[in-house]
Design a protein around this ligand. Structure first.
Ligand code: HEC
Ligand code: HEC
Ligand code: HEC
Ligand code: HEC
Ligand code: HEC
Ligand code: HEC
Ligand code: HEC
Ligand code: HEC
Ligand code: HEC
Length: 415
C-alpha cells in the first residue's frame, strides 16, 4: 500500500520526464506505431499514465534492449488471458482509484469473474470478451463519453462484434440474432430515435461486468425493475406460480427478450395470440383472452369516435375544450385496461373499460350537441342571409323602377 503513496507523486513528475517508449513507437509502423498514435486521447494518458504503467519497462532509456528488458519486468504484448488482472492492478485498488475519482467503483474484476465471459476466460477460452473488447485499448475513454464503445448508443454494436458474428460464435450453441432482434425492439427505438437513455441496452439487462444485473437473480426478471406495476400484477396472477413451476420466464414468454415490439390486442386473440402457446381455442382461458381483447378494442374505438366528433366540432369553431380535457381520463383508463390484462382476469379489465366508456359516452354526446348547435347556427345564418338577399334585390328592383319611370317622363324627353 505505502509504495503506492510514494510512486503517485513520482508519476506526476515523470509526466514531464523522458518517454522513450512513446518517442520511439511514434516513428515505428503499423501495429507498433498505432498505440503511440492513439494514446494521447486515452483517459490514462490524460491522467498522466504512460506505456510502462501497463507494459513495464524503463521509459528513461533509449536503447530498446535496455528499455524493453523482460528480465527487468517488461511484459511486452499482454496475453489476452492476463488482461483483466492487468487492468485490475489499479482498478481493484480503492486507495489508488479514489485518489483520482472518489466515487469510482473498484469491483469490475470481481464482477467480471462471475460472468460467463470471466468464467470461460479462467477456463482458458480467449474468444470471450475481456476488458479491452468492450472498452478498447490505447484509446480508452471515460464511459460517459459519447464516443466510448460502452456508451449506451454504441454498446449494442460493441457486443455485436462477437455475438452477431456466426464465425466467432460457431463453437458455441447459442443464436447470433440478439443484435438484429434488439434493433427491431421498442427499447432500441426509444433509445436511438427517442433519445431516451433510460431504455435498456444489452448491458442494462445482462449487467456491465457481472453475469446478470445486480438487482435480480435471473436476467428474465429484469423487466420488473422498470415496468414495476406490470410485474406487481403479474406476480399476483395465476400465471406467476404456473410459469415459475414449469421453469419458463415471466414477461419474456409473451413479449420476448430482444425483439420486444409494441404490444396490441392482437396478442390476446386471433392468429397472433400469445395465449395460444398454452391455451387452445375454445378453452375458457382462450375465451377470456378474446373477451379482454373485445373490451379493450371497444374502449379504444369509442375514444377514436369521440375524438373524431370533438375535433370536427372544434374545427368548425365550436367550444369543446372542456370535453376534450375529460377525454384524457378516458385515455388513461385505456392505459389502465392494458395494464390490467396482466391480472389475466376479465373483471380486472372490465373495470377501467367501463369507466372509460362512461366518459366517452358523455364526451361523444357533447360533440354531437356541439355539431347540432353548429347546424342550428348555420340554418339561422342561412335564413338571415336569404332575408338580406331578398331585401337587397327588392331595393334594387325598386331603384330600377324609379329610374325607368324618370326616363319615360315628358320632362326627360324634352332635354
Ligand atoms: C528505440 C525504440 C524503442 C523503444 C525506446 C521502445 N520500444 Fe517497444 N518496440 C520497439 C520495436 C522495434 C519493437 C518490435 C520488436 C520487438 O518486439 O522487440 C517493439 C515492441 C514493443 C511491444 C510489443 C512486444 C510484443 O510482445 O509483441 C510493446 C508492448 C512495446 N514495444 C512497448 C514498449 C514500452 C512500454 C517501451 C518503453 C518502456 C518501449 N516499447 C520502448 C521499439 C522500441
Ligand atoms: C492501460 C494499459 C495500457 C497502456 C497504458 C498501454 N498499453 Fe499497449 N497494450 C495493452 C494491452 C492490454 C495490449 C494487448 C492488446 C491485444 O491483445 O490486442 C497492448 C498491446 C500493445 C502492443 C502490441 C500491439 C499488437 O497488436 O501487436 C504494442 C506495440 C503496445 N501495446 C504499445 C504501447 C505503447 C507504445 C504504449 C504507450 C504509448 C502503450 N502500449 C500503452 C495495454 C496498454
Ligand atoms: C462485456 C463488456 C465489458 C467488459 C468485458 C468489461 N467492461 Fe467495464 N464497463 C462496461 C460497461 C457497459 C460499463 C458501464 C458504462 C456506463 O455506465 O454507461 C463499464 C464500466 C466500466 C468502468 C467505469 C466504472 C463502472 O464500474 O461503471 C470501469 C472503470 C471499467 N468498466 C473497467 C473495466 C475493467 C477493468 C474490466 C476488466 C476486468 C472491464 N471493465 C470489463 C462493459 C464491459
Ligand atoms: C496504472 C493504473 C491503471 C491501469 C493499469 C489501468 N487503469 Fe484504467 N484508469 C486508471 C485511472 C487512475 C483512471 C482515471 C480515474 C477514473 O476515471 O476512474 C482510469 C480510468 C479508466 C476508465 C474510465 C472510467 C470511467 O469511469 O469513465 C476505464 C474505462 C478504464 N480506466 C479501463 C481500463 C482498462 C480496460 C484497463 C486495462 C487494459 C485499465 N483501465 C488499466 C488507472 C489504471
Ligand atoms: C470478444 C467477443 C465478445 C464480446 C465483445 C462480447 N461477448 Fe458475450 N460472449 C462471447 C463468447 C465467446 C461467449 C461464450 C458463449 C457461450 O458460452 O455460450 C459469450 C457469452 C455471453 C453470454 C452468455 C450466453 C449464454 O451462454 O447464456 C452473454 C449473456 C453475453 N456474452 C453477453 C454479452 C454482452 C451483453 C456483450 C456486450 C456488452 C458481450 N457479450 C460482448 C464473446 C463476446
Ligand atoms: C430487455 C432486456 C434485454 C436486452 C436489452 C438484451 N437482452 Fe440478451 N437476453 C435477455 C433475456 C431475458 C435473455 C434470456 C435469458 C435466459 O433465458 O436465461 C437473454 C439472452 C441473451 C443471450 C443468450 C443466448 C440467447 O440468445 O438466448 C445472449 C448472448 C444475449 N442475450 C446477448 C444480448 C446482446 C448482445 C444484447 C444487445 C444487442 C442483448 N442481449 C440485449 C434480456 C435482454
Ligand atoms: C432499464 C429499464 C427497462 C427495462 C429493464 C425494460 N424496459 Fe421495457 N421499456 C423501457 C422504456 C424506457 C420503454 C419505452 C417506453 C415507450 O416508448 O413507450 C419501454 C417499452 C417497453 C414496451 C412497450 C410499451 C408500450 O407502451 O408500447 C414493452 C412491451 C416492454 N418495454 C417490455 C419489456 C420487457 C418484456 C422487458 C424485460 C425483458 C423490459 N421491457 C425491460 C424500459 C425498460
Ligand atoms: C401471458 C402473456 C403476457 C405476460 C406473461 C406479460 N404480458 Fe405484457 N402484455 C400482454 C398483452 C396481451 C398485452 C397487450 C394488451 C393490449 O394492448 O390489448 C401486453 C402489454 C404490455 C405492455 C404495454 C402496455 C400498453 O400500455 O400498451 C407492457 C409495457 C407490458 N405488457 C409489460 C409486461 C411486463 C413487464 C411483463 C412481466 C412482468 C409482462 N408484460 C407479462 C401479455 C403478457
Ligand atoms: C406458457 C403457458 C401460458 C401462456 C402463454 C398463457 N397461459 Fe394462461 N395459464 C397457464 C397455466 C399453466 C394456467 C393454469 C394456472 C392454474 O390453474 O393455477 C393458466 C391459467 C389461465 C387463466 C385462468 C386463471 C384462473 O383464475 O383460473 C386465464 C384466464 C388465463 N390463463 C388466460 C391467459 C391469457 C389471456 C393468455 C394470453 C395473454 C395466457 N393465459 C397465456 C399457462 C399459460
Amino acid at each position: 500500500m505505502t509504495t503506492k503513496w510514494i510512486w503517485l507523486p513520482l508519476l506526476a513528475i515523470a509526466a514531464f520526464a523522458k518517454d522513450s517508449c512513446l518517442e520511439c513507437h511514434s516513428v515505428m509502423a503499423d501495429n507498433l506505431q498505432k498505440p503511440a498514435q492513439l494514446f494521447p486521447k486515452d483517459v490514462h494518458s490524460q491522467h498522466g499514465f504512460r506505456c510502462n504503467d501497463c507494459h513495464g519497462g524503463d521509459p528513461n532509456l533509449d536503447d530498446p534492449e535496455a528499455s524493453m528488458n523482460r528480465a527487468k519486468g517488461f511484459l511486452g504484448k499482454v496475453p489476452r488471458a492476463a488482461i483483466p488482472k492487468l487492468c485490475a492492478r489499479c482498478h481493484s485498488d480503492p486507495v489508488l482509484m479514489h485518489k483520482y475519482r472518489p466515487q469510482q467503483r473498484v469491483d469490475q474484476l470481481a464482477l467480471y469473474q462471475t460472468s460467463v465471459h470471466g468464467k470461460r476466460l479462467a477456463a482458458g477460452d480467449t474468444a470471450v470478451a475481456t476488458c479491452i473488447d468492450c472498452h478498447g485499448v490505447h484509446d480508452i475513454r471515460e464511459v460517459r463519453d459519447s464516443l466510448s464503445p460502452v456508451y449506451p448508443l454504441r454498446l449494442p454494436a460493441t457486443c455485436a462484434r462477437c455475438h452477431a458474428d456466426p464465425k466467432h460464435m460457431a463453437p458455441y450453441k447459442i443464436p447470433t440474432t440478439q443484435y438484429a432482434d434488439y434493433q427491431t425492439s421498442v427499447h432500441w427505438e426509444a433509445l436511438s430515435k427517442g433519445g431516451d437513455l433510460s431504455a435498456p441496452t444489452c448491458a442494462t439487462c445482462h449487467g456491465n461486468h457481472g453475469a446478470g444485473p445486480p438487482q435480480v437473480s435471473s436476467v428474465a426478471d429484469i423487466c420488473g425493475t422498470c415496468h414495476v406495476s406490470f410485474e406487481q400484477l403479474f406476480n399476483k396472477s395465476p400465471h406467476q406460480p404456473a410459469f415459475a413451476a414449469s421453469g419458463v420466464g415471466g414477461c419474456v414468454v409473451c413479449h420476448g427478450n430482444h425483439a420486444i415490439h409494441r404490444p396490441s390486442s392482437a396478442m390476446l386473440a386471433g392468429p397472433s395470440s400469445v395465449c395460444s402457446q398454452c391455451h387452445t381455442e375454445d378453452t375458457p382461458e382462450a375465451r377470456s383472452g378474446a373477451e379482454m381483447a373485445g373490451l379493450i378494442r371497444k374502449l379504444s374505438d369509442s375514444i377514436q369516435a369521440s375524438d373524431g366528433i370533438l375535433e370536427r366540432a372544434r374545427r368548425s369553431g365550436m367550444e369543446v375544450s372542456e370535453a376534450q380535457l375529460r377525454e384524457v381520463d378516458a385515455k388513461e383508463n385505456l392505459i389502465k385496461s392494458r395494464l390490467a390484462v396482466h391480472a389475466f382476469n376479465v373483471q380486472a379489465v372490465r373495470k377501467p373499460v367501463d369507466a372509460g366508456l362512461a366518459i366517452t359516452a358523455e364526451t361523444w354526446r357533447d360533440g354531437e350537441n356541439a355539431l347540432r348547435e353548429r347546424d342550428r347556427r348555420r340554418i339561422g345564418l342561412g335564413v338571415s342571409l336569404v332575408a338580406i338577399m331578398l331585401t337587397m334585390s327588392g331595393l334594387w328592383i325598386a331603384i330600377r323602377t324609379i329610374e325607368s319611370l324618370k326616363k319615360n317622363s315628358p320632362d326627360a324627353k324634352s332635354t
